[in-house]
Design a binder for this molecule. Structure first.
Ligand code: SAM
Length: 321
């Protein structure tokens, strides 16, 4: 058993690294219109610090790293950072969550640096709704990013779709996308995480959307692509891809949570919902102390987020989803 295993909850082996809190979009559900106050460059961990953290985490049992943000591709040098992670012993799976808009520029370099798979956040296939939800983003840019992900050979390619009011009119279009392309669409329930943001409307429960989809499509349960985490997947017979659901609100999967998160300013979080954080930046130069802090954080990890749901002060854009 490695340092981050326990007999009740299994193994924490997955780390989400937020490499920036800046973003080139302003999605209504994720950020206020003016954005979050940008931290100075010296407040954000350098790539060397992030890689040093990942090395110690790998020594504790972390083997999968997902790079996120803000929008990770707005930070200069992301592909070189992937290369650094790829040379870290123990880390055998590197993935990226992105809004896709900068993938046409970076996908090939990311792939050659060792990135295996990407998740593209794409909340709408309708240009006007996409622009409204992202406050000015262009659907064509995100779709070009999706094509760039296929062309670069990432596998699997997943698409994240937030279940926001109005999505009901679009779910069939996403099912069609998964029929035609080898893409894994994941419908994600909005998590009311940031109490400073206005709730974007009515919660659209994943089970309702699934039930309606099943009336119109012959969906069969499917084990899903590699790295399926908390999503449950379905597939139409003969379809190239799948559709999945991440029901973070109507279904609790805290018990099987295998994740750690590091914010761009160097705070370790063991739960998306809990406000508990450990400031680990000062420990990065002292690997033994850092290791002890990671092990202590995981052994104190909450597997019952409800108790602490209101304690969170951070926007999702700061945590990285
Ligand atoms: N900029 C990148 C992107 O767009 O994917 C990475 C960061 S973004 C915070 C990561 C994911 O978190 C996105 O798929 C986004 O839809 C999701 N997200 C943001 N706020 C959320 C919320 N309140 N509930 C559920 N998912 C959320």
């Amino acid at each position: 058993m490695d340092a981050l295993s326990d007999t009740t909850h299994g193994r924490v082996d997955y780390l989400r690294l937020s490499i920036t809190d800046r973003c080139n979009l302003r999605c209504t559900y994720c950020m206020p219109p003016e954005g979050v106050p940008a931290r100075g460059h010296d407040e954000i961990l350098s790539y060397e610090e992030l890689a040093a953290f990942a090395r110690v985490a790998a020594g504790c049992g972390i083997s999968k790293v997902r790079i996120t943000g803000g929008e990770p591709l707005v930070r200069h040098g992301c592909a070189d950072f992937v290369g650094l992670l790829n040379r870290t012993s123990g880390i055998d799976d590197i993935s990226l969550t992105t809004n896709g808009t900068l993938l046409p520029r970076f996908a090939a370099d990311l792939r050659s640096a060792g990135l295996r798979r990407v998740n593209v956040s794409l909340d709408s296939l309708d240009p006007a709704r996409y622009a409204r939800l992202s406050r000015g983003g262009r659907l064509a840019d995100a779709l070009a990013g999706l094509e760039a992900a296929f062309a670069a050979g990432f596998a699997p390619v997943k698409v994240n779709v937030l279940l926001l009011e109005g999505v009901e009119d679009e779910v069939d279009a996403f099912v069609a996308l998964a029929r035609e392309r080898e893409v894994h669409v994941r419908f994600i329930e909005f998590m009311p995480l940031d109490r400073h943001l206005r709730h974007p409307g009515r919660l659209v429960p994943a089970p309702e959307v699934l039930a309606r989809l099943k009336e119109r499509h012959a969906l069969e349960p499917h084990e899903g692509p590699y790295g399926h985490g908390p999503a449950r997947y379905w597939r139409e017979p003969g379809a190239a891809g799948t559709v999945g659901f991440i029901a973070g609100v109507t279904d609790h999967f805290c018990e099987s949570c295998n994740r750690l998160r590091l914010t761009a300013d160097g705070r370790l979080r063991t739960c998306l919902f809990s406000g508990d954080e450990v400031a680990v930046r000062p420990l990065i130069a002292r690997p033994d102390e850092l290791r002890a802090a990671i092990v202590a954080a995981v052994s104190g990890k909450s597997y019952d987020r409800c108790r602490e749901a209101l304690a969170n002060e951070r926007a999702m854009s700061e945590i990285g989803g």
